[in-house]
Design a protein around this ligand. Structure first.
Ligand SMILES: NC(=O)C1=CN([C@@H]2O[C@H](COP(=O)(O)OP(=O)(O)OC[C@H]3O[C@@H](n4cnc5c(N)ncnc54)[C@H](OP(=O)(O)O)[C@@H]3O)[C@@H](O)[C@H]2O)C=CC1
Ligand SMILES: O=C1O[C@H](COP(=O)(O)O)[C@@H](O)[C@H](O)[C@H]1O
Length: 508
């Protein structure tokens, strides 16, 4: 991870160094732990951002005690794309331990409690715990209940250590299940102990949306219905479901990406300035955005599923041909919606959101498309002599950066206008970073800072928007899937959704 001078300064001053603690990862042998969590912890270690007194304990079902070290080395270096040699990894791996238990084994939890207490002695971790639930959602409530039952979820009277729990997504599958999960979790833990993770909030470029808007004086005055024609958010992936058939069959694109990642990004684009960058202030403003969306009519939604096609010049199979997927599956792998935020700033400005698997390329970006100038003074270089609109594009990934598209005079004896781009690139300005979003969020959770985590009300507010759509889709079995070819930009209906308003998706 490239560490910026500011980060290092903060670290030297001890401002961002957590207290001693043990990070306990449930689901230690899983895909997420190998590909994202251990690499992120290793990056933090290399950047000097972890406390000196620190340990990681992986918990899973299989007995991997003997092989966990080498397995993890392999996982970190290959799965996480970490560029490190054994000598650099060793001191980190010495602090990574493994504990085998079944999640439904009460006795296993009792033993885990004793084991962690032993590690406190060895690593001087003072009883502080960050539990990370990197497990299938059906285990979230169960594990928390067992922690509660064994006295592991809260410090006892007179004890001064802390206990925090990171919960992975998806947080519920609809409004009702999200409410139930919130109730179950809140029965054991107080809200300030709960860190509902959405790794998009850990991405530098997502956080930079707030810095761009509220850390500069020039953008906010035009960030409203008076100047903005519409907003587009695209989260396109070229990959398919990567062997996660059973998970994806139950989830689908809306539950996997739209309800969480895309709605989080939307809230940063649309929220009012919070009165501070503290968790409660930010959460309050995000919530107001979601609550100002007065429902999304099903006519303003499009669903799709990829069929066979070509991605990056290679043949790609269709979703229904993927392993462990129903050959007649109705699960959506693409979603597009149009919504409006009924508040003073945004009334009348449509937001078009789309996300999907196996699209033309991997790109996540937000485009703010401004209104046309009031008169047509110059000749445009475009074939239809159309007045182009200014666009601010915030590229979340890859090629992270921001660009402003505007008209410029084409050199020559006529006064023709062509569209040009002014571009800021993260990599050019700050160097390349391999951070995956989890570094920042793990660090924040160790520090007890919930600003970049989802809150109970927020999760329920976004589910309240998507549950009726999912229910309407489930009732209407009349789907014509597959309806887009792998490697394309989604179903035709997605283009029609925006074209019906005389607009079109930006070419990416
Ligand atoms: N993978 C990803 O890219 C992403 C994942 N997530 C979320 O993270 C969570 C984990 O996902 P992922 O890592 O892919 O899942 P995996 O299926 O790869 O891993 C599941 C883990 O849970 C353990 N486990 C399962 N059942 C039990 C049990 N009864 N007792 C003890 N251990 C058990 C497994 O251990 P064992 O090997 O011993 O069976 C394994 O370590 C999910 O909620 C997912 O939605 C979120 C974003 C991205
Ligand atoms: O949570 C998830 O996110 C990934 C996309 O994350 P990114 O950081 O690679 O953009 C998605 O592929 C996966 O299906 C989903 O579960």
């Amino acid at each position: 991870m490239t560490t910026t001078p500011a980060q290092l300064d903060a670290t030297k001053k001890g401002e961002r160094t957590p207290e001693p603690c043990i990070v306990v990862i449930f689901g230690a042998s899983g895909d997420l732990t190998k590909r994202k969590l251990l690499p992120a912890l290793y990056h933090l270690d290399q950047a000097g951002l972890l406390p000196e007194d620190f340990a990681v304990v992986g918990v899973a079902r299989r007995d991997l005690s003997a092989t966990f070290g080498p397995d993890m080395q392999d996982g970190i270096m290959k799965g996480g794309g970490v560029d490190a040699n054994e000598a650099k990894l060793k001191p980190f791996l010495d602090r990574v331990q493994y504990f085998a238990t079944n999640f439904d084994d009460d006795e296993g939890f009792e033993k885990l409690k004793t084991y962690l207490a032993g590690l406190d002695e060895k690593f001087k971790t003072k009883g502080n715990r960050l539990f990370y639930l990197a497990v299938a959602p059906e285990f979230f409530a169960d594990i928390i209940q067992r922690l509660g039952k064994r006295g592991m979820a809260k410090p006892a009277e007179g004890e001064s250590h802390w206990v925090r729990v990171i919960i992975e997504k998806p947080f519920g599958t609809d409004l009702e299940s999200a409410r139930k999960l919130n109730d179950d979790v809140n029965a054991v833990l107080s809200e300030d102990q709960i860190f509902r993770i959405d790794h998009y909030l850990g991405k530098e470029t997502v956080q930079n949306i707030l810095v761009f808007r509220f850390g500069n004086g020039i953008f906010e005055p035009i960030w409203n219905r008076n100047y903005i024609d519409h907003v587009e958010i695209t989260a396109a992936e070229s990959i398919g479901i990567e062997g996660r058939g059973p998970f994806y069959e139950k989830a689908g694109l809306v539950r996997d990406v739209l309800q969480n990642h895309v709605m989080e990004v939307l809230s940063f684009v649309a929220m009012e300035p919070p009165d501070s960058f503290q968790a409660n202030a930010v959460r309050t403003e995000k919530l107001k955005v979601w609550r100002s969306i007065e429902g999304i009519p099903v006519e303003n939604t499009v669903r799709g599923q990829y069929g066979p096609g070509k991605v990056d010049g290679q043949d790609a199979i269709g979703y229904r041909q993927e392993e462990r997927v129903n050959p007649e599956s109705h699960t959506e792998t693409f979603g597009a919606i149009k919504l409006e935020i009924e508040n003073w700033r945004w009334a009348g400005v449509p937001f078009y959101l789309r996300a999907g698997k196996r699209l033309g390329k991997r790109v996540t970006e937000v485009s703010i498309v401004f209104k046309q100038p009031p008169t047509h003074l110059f000749k445009s270089n475009s074939s239809d002599d159309k007045i182009e609109q200014n666009v601010i594009t915030m590229r979340i990934q890859p090629d992270e950066g921001i660009s402003l598209r505007f008209g410029a005079k084409v050199p020559g004896p006529t006064t023709n206008v062509a569209q040009v781009d002014m571009h800021f690139s993260y990599a050019e300005a700050f160097g390349k970073s391999s951070a995956n979003g989890y570094e920042r969020l793990l660090l924040d959770a160790m520090l007890g800072d919930g600003t970049l985590f989802a809150h109970r009300d927020g999760v329920e507010a976004t589910w309240a928007l998507f549950t009726p759509i999912l229910e309407a889709w489930a009732k209407d079995g009349n789907v014509d899937f597959p309806n887009y070819a792998a490697g394309s930009w989604g179903p035709e209906a997605s283009d029609k959704l925006i074209e019906a308003d005389g607009r079109s998706w930006r070419k990416l």
